[in-house]
Design a protein around this ligand. Structure first.
Ligand SMILES: Nc1ncnc2c1ncn2[C@@H]1O[C@H](COP(=O)(O)OP(=O)(O)OP(=O)(O)O)[C@@H](O)[C@H]1O
Ligand SMILES: [Mg+2]
Length: 336
């Protein structure tokens, strides 16, 4: 393997020269305090999101994806706490914002479609009122006619017919509810939308429709997105770059085609190999091995207990995320 250059992510990605960074996460740490010790849910994670790009955040259940999203919006609840790092949105460190200033940034500059969002729509409120509430909470009372027009336009942007305006959530299918949540998230024209598992609990066809809606919204409005998920098929369809987390750490970030065709981290390789294929049936490799306790990570590499290539250095030194090739970041001793 030829390795061209190495830089650390903290130095800012070299490929960022010609593109604007919307979100810059540096050495983020989020711990949950428990009676038996701190759960290191996000442990020294750094990555950037560029203007008008969709970055996919993948990794197995419990690896810290939702915690990362909540930390970006400064919505981590106790016993969770951001214990370190910086979150820069359009150059402003969110840690320096409090109260109203922070609330203004949420929704106006970035919006979250939370995990299970479609189930958190208010069942006794029509869709138009719920979207109107989101708008008026930030912009104050709006003239009725303009507000209605704006909501119908928003619904159209996510591919929903105008009749949805007067409907209750129970009158909508899962995919329609999820698209209503996307409409709500983009209501105030944020520059960043974070969607946490926007397609789980939907059938495969509807998953694709919701995926296409997100893509369409990105192209039309030029927003940047972080899409969290497990569905690698959806990621292949939707995202520009893929960021792979394992046990609270970022292990690989690269353009999505690179991750699919040339995954470098052994965990990413297992993840790609485990994508089911009817042509080539094989055992599910990811069931091998066990994740360690997040309260007590081993010294060295986070993946050592499951890694087929583990060596002595992996047990001692935590490999930093380095740019091994242009735009391809990997945290693994194999490539040193
Ligand atoms: N309130 C809490 N107290 C203690 N530990 C927590 C708490 N909330 C989350 N965790 C732990 O933090 C880790 C990360 O959780 P998180 O919800 O971010 O994972 P995730 O990657 O979003 O998983 P999933 O794919 O299942 O949604 C997990 O190991 C979880 O057990
Ligand atoms: Mg989650």
């Amino acid at each position: 393997m030829t390795v061209s250059a190495t830089h650390t992510v903290g130095d800012l990605e070299s490929s960022a020269k010609n593109r604007n960074v919307v979100l810059d996460i540096r050495n983020l740490k989020v711990y949950y305090a428990t009676p038996t010790g701190n759960v290191r849910a996000v442990d020294d994670v750094s990555f950037q999101v560029y203007e008008s790009e969709i970055i996919g955040l993948v990794g197995e259940s419990g690896c810290g994806k939702t915690t990362t999203a909540m930390a970006i919006l400064r919505l981590v609840q106790p016993p969770g706490r951001i214990t370190g790092g910086q979150i820069l949105l359009d150059g402003t460190d969110l840690a320096s914002l409090h109260g109203q200033a922070l609330r203004d940034v949420r929704w106006n500059q970035m919006a979250l479609i939370p995990q299970g969002a479609m189930n958190s729509l208010n069942p006794v409120m029509k869709i138009n009122r719920q979207i109107a509430d989101a708008i008026e909470a930030h912009e104050g009372r709006q003239p009725a006619k303009e507000l209605k027009e704006r909501i119908i336009n928003l619904l159209a942007t996510v591919g929903l017919p105008s009749r949805v305006y007067g409907m209750y959530p129970h009158e909508l299918s899962g995919g329609m509810k999820q698209r209503a949540c996307i409409a709500m998230a983009i209501a105030l024209h944020p520059s960043l939308v974070i969607a946490d598992e926007p397609t789980s609990a939907l059938d495969v066809v509807v998953q694709r429709v919701v995926g296409e809606t997100l893509l369409d919204v990105k192209e039309r409005l030029g927003v940047s997105m972080i899409v969290i998920g497990h569905d690698m098929g959806l990621m292949a369809q939707l995202v520009d770059r893929l960021a792979v987390m394992y046990a609270g750490r970022m292990v690989e970030i690269a353009p999505v085609e690179t991750v699919f065709h040339e995954p470098l981290h052994p965990y990413t390789q297992l993840l790609i190999e485990s994508i089911p294929s009817i042509k080539q049936r094989k055992p599910l490799k990811l069931t091998e091995g066990l994740t360690h306790d997040l309260r007590n990570p081993p010294p060295g590499c986070i993946f050592q207990l499951r890694c087929p290539h583990v060596t002595d250095i992996c047990r001692e030194v935590n490999p930093p995320l380095r740019e091994l090739r242009s735009r391809h970041f990997v945290a693994c001793h194999l490539y040193e």
